[in-house]
Design a protein around this ligand. Structure first.
Ligand SMILES: Nc1ncnc2c1ncn2[C@@H]1O[C@H](COP(=O)(O)OP(=O)(O)OP(=O)(O)O)[C@@H](O)[C@H]1O
Length: 460
């Protein structure tokens, strides 16, 4: 009879304890779920508010004001920093949601913060928030139900846990009274029970966190484990070996790995002599920038060969090759340091420079590449943000400074390229015309001459 009673008491103590442990872990994961949508909404609303209510900038704190002002003026680049929690949230949201609503929210949030100037200029703040609200509806409703459910569970479990305490203490006193246990042992057992269970509970609550961490880290490890097909340090080569700058595309076919069905270059041939100044012109999507990407070996050709100094690019050590190629793009990325520091950074790239105009950034980017003294200079719409006079001055300077450099200029504005030794006119991944400006404009039915006439007409 005593054994039966002991078993009954043990059950009364153990069952609420197990229930307490179980409900605590459920409540922890529920809390993570319900905070995230609300957190997301708050951040998104905050990001959009900067643009919606510039009059909110108050106070005499100069630094504070200038930060706000710079954010208002420069949008995405500055917001890149301030929107960080949003992206962190986006990462952590991978944890527990296979839910489509979450991925919809993440892309909406990323797009609207990185394109915040566009959102603001079209007065789309309310529209974005409305979209976010609609996407949030499902997860929020789910969380609300969960909150109520787990609130009840938590209340019951805490109540039972306290009952278990009371029963354990009461039963201890009975055992001591009956002489079935000494006072010391009774207190010891009760202490062990009341101290170890909360400790186990603490550990238990870590389990959802551990699972979250695993879910976050798994895709990160997948990314880290990806193997590049282009090995940057192979083959080993003395780092200072310089190249002359002869270039040949021989029967090259190329598709981007992400769009293997779309042929960008098909049996493409092009020869550029070392030290010559050539230009690639033609309609959008003709493949001009893709050619520059292949020269820098951002991608490898699918068929044919790309030769530099009559050697396949694949035979060069990638770092050595890239060290001798200078690239200036249409929208250069700079650091938010001084102009001097930006230029001295040589071949490094940052994300700031947001206090400068597009033309100023381009000039710094050109100076930065010139310091590199490249054997091949790639200018991809590099002077598009400059006025005609500054552009001419820079092109003249480039031509006089870089006598021995192979220059490849991609430009839509034909005035940029009229002095080129050879102009290659591209269309749909092929060279359709080539020659000097003087030759090409005389072919009245030619693509180049039509483009030139159109631009001259538009300029008048
Ligand atoms: N990373 C990429 N992944 C998939 N397709 C791409 C990628 N970059 C460009 N393309 C596609 O390749 C084609 C050629 O693009 P490319 O940028 O080389 O043309 P472009 O002549 O330089 O055009 P633009 O003058 O407008 O800059 C386009 O149809 C474009 O959509």
């Amino acid at each position: 009879m005593t054994n039966l009673r002991q078993a009954l008491y043990s059950g009364i103590i153990l069952m609420p304890t197990v229930f307490y442990l179980y409900s605590t872990s459920l409540i922890t994961s529920m809390k993570t779920n319900s905070y995230e949508p609300a957190f997301f909404a708050a951040i998104l609303r905050n990001e959009l508010a900067w643009f919606e209510k510039p009059q909110n900038i108050v106070g005499s704190d100069q630094l504070h004001h200038s930060q706000h002002q710079s954010q208002l003026e420069n949008g995405p680049s500055c917001l890149g920093r301030d929107a960080l929690p949003l992206y962190r949230w986006a990462d952590s949201s991978q944890v527990c949601k296979s839910n489509a609503a979450y991925s919809e929210l993440v892309s909406l949030a990323s797009e609207s913060t990185s394109n915040i100037k566009t959102v603001a200029s079209f007065c789309l703040e309310d529209h974005v928030l409305e979209k976010a609200k609609v996407s949030l509806k499902k997860p929020l409703a789910k969380c609300r139900t969960q909150s109520i459910k787990y609130g009840i569970i938590q209340g019951v479990s805490l109540c039972l846990w306290n009952i278990a305490h009371a029963v354990a203490l009461w039963y201890t006193t009975i055992l001591v009274k009956r002489g079935q246990s000494s006072f010391e042992n009774g207190i010891r057992s009760y202490q062990i029970f009341s101290l170890t269970v909360p400790s186990i509970t603490e550990l238990w609550t870590l389990i959802p966190t551990v699972f979250s961490a695993i879910s976050i880290l798994t895709p990160a490890f997948h990314t880290l484990d990806r193997q590049t097909e282009i090995e940057p340090d192979e083959p080993k080569q003395p780092p200072r070996k310089s190249i002359k700058g002869d270039i040949e595309f021989s029967n090259v076919s190329f598709t981007y790995p992400s769009r293997p069905d779309m042929i960008i270059l098909d049996n493409f041939n092009l020869t550029i002599e070392a030290g010559s100044k050539v230009a690639l012109v033609g309609p959008s999507g003709a493949g001009k920038s893709s050619i520059l990407a292949l020269l820098l070996r951002f991608y490898d050709v699918n068929e044919g060969a790309l030769l530099i100094d009559w050697k396949n690019v694949k035979s060069y050590n990638l770092k050595v090759l890239r060290a001798q190629i200078g690239l200036v793009q249409q929208e250069p990325l700079l650091f938010s340091f001084s102009i001097r520091e930006n230029i001295c950074y040589g071949n490094e790239v940052g994300e700031k420079g947001c206090q400068l105009s597009g033309g100023q950034k381009q000039r710094i980017a050109i100076a930065r590449v010139l310091l590199k003294k490249p054997a091949i200079m790639l200018l991809d719409e590099a002077t598009s943000a400059l006025d005609a006079e500054s552009e001419r001055a820079i092109i003249n300077a480039l031509e006089s400074l870089q006598q021995s450099t192979t220059n490849i200029t991609v430009a839509h504005r034909l005035s940029t390229v009229i002095n080129s030794d050879t102009i290659f006119v591209m269309d749909k991944g092929k060279v359709v015309e080539m020659g000097t400006h003087a030759n090409l404009v005389t072919a009245s039915e030619g693509v180049y001459s039509k483009l030139y006439t159109h631009q001259s007409f538009a300029g008048n």
